[in-house]
Design a protein around this ligand. Structure first.
Ligand code: COA
Length: 180
């Protein structure tokens, strides 16, 4: 499998919206109310993703996509996004806001590539500490543990009227903790 990582551009917005909506349906099945998952539309979300990509520089964020190429075509199969943390309770440098890969491609190393791309951008900005928030029941928590995150913070998020526990995985020093 030929996987490459590159910075996101505005024309990726529809692929990113599609990955986000479709991956939510699988990853959050049985966690977030089904009505809410079913109600989210790819077409509705494209403008917001276009806007996010357009404003990456202004908001000091980075976004990467993972592409798989064959002889005939190239498909975007995942993305990651991160930037300055806005978690008020603690002074944390970086926040990996989102990392989503189409289920068919899970556990093939693409998450590590997309995670590392964001961490490298944080290192370039001299960030030291990093947080990632995940719903407590999301099996992605195991991925963050593998990547060296410590479940340190808690908050409650509400989706589709249901209150859900979220964990904040913390990296105290990405310079020494993350090996590329
Ligand atoms: C979480 C996610 C990004 C991980 O990406 P991935 O490509 O599957 O991860 P990798 O293949 O790079 O895995 C790295 C390691 O983590 C492990 N891992 C990954 N996902 C795991 C899971 N759900 N449960 C247990 N271990 C997991 C892998 O087995 C691998 O371990 P190894 O080094 O011992 O082989 C991906 O599964 C995903 O998109 N999930 C759904 C969306 C989601 O929940 N995103 C996070 C929102 S907070």
């Amino acid at each position: 499998m030929n996987v490459s990582i590159r910075k996101a551009v505005v024309s990726d917005a529809s692929a990113i919206a599609s990955i986000n909506i479709n991956t939510w349906k699988v990853a959050y099945k049985g966690i977030i109310p089904q009505d809410y998952l079913d109600s989210r539309s790819i077409v509705d979300k494209i403008p917001a993703w276009s806007q996010r990509i357009r404003n990456l520089g202004k908001n000091k964020k980075e976004m990467f996509v993972a592409e798989i190429s064959s002889q005939y075509r190239t498909d975007i199969v995942g993305f990651s996004m991160g930037g300055r943390s806005s978690y008020d309770d603690y002074d944390i440098d970086g926040d990996l806001n989102a990392i989503y890969i189409l289920p068919k491609y899970w556990k093939q190393g693409i998450g590590t590539l997309l995670f590392n791309a964001i961490v490298k951008s944080f290192l370039d900005m001299n960030y030291k500490t990093m947080v990632i928030w995940a719903l407590k029941d999301n099996s992605a928590c195991n991925f963050y543990l593998k990547m060296g995150g410590i479940p340190k913070f808690h908050k409650t998020l509400t989706y589709g009227g249901k209150k859900l526990d979220a964990l904040g995985f913390f990296w105290e020093n990405i310079h020494s903790q993350i090996k590329f």
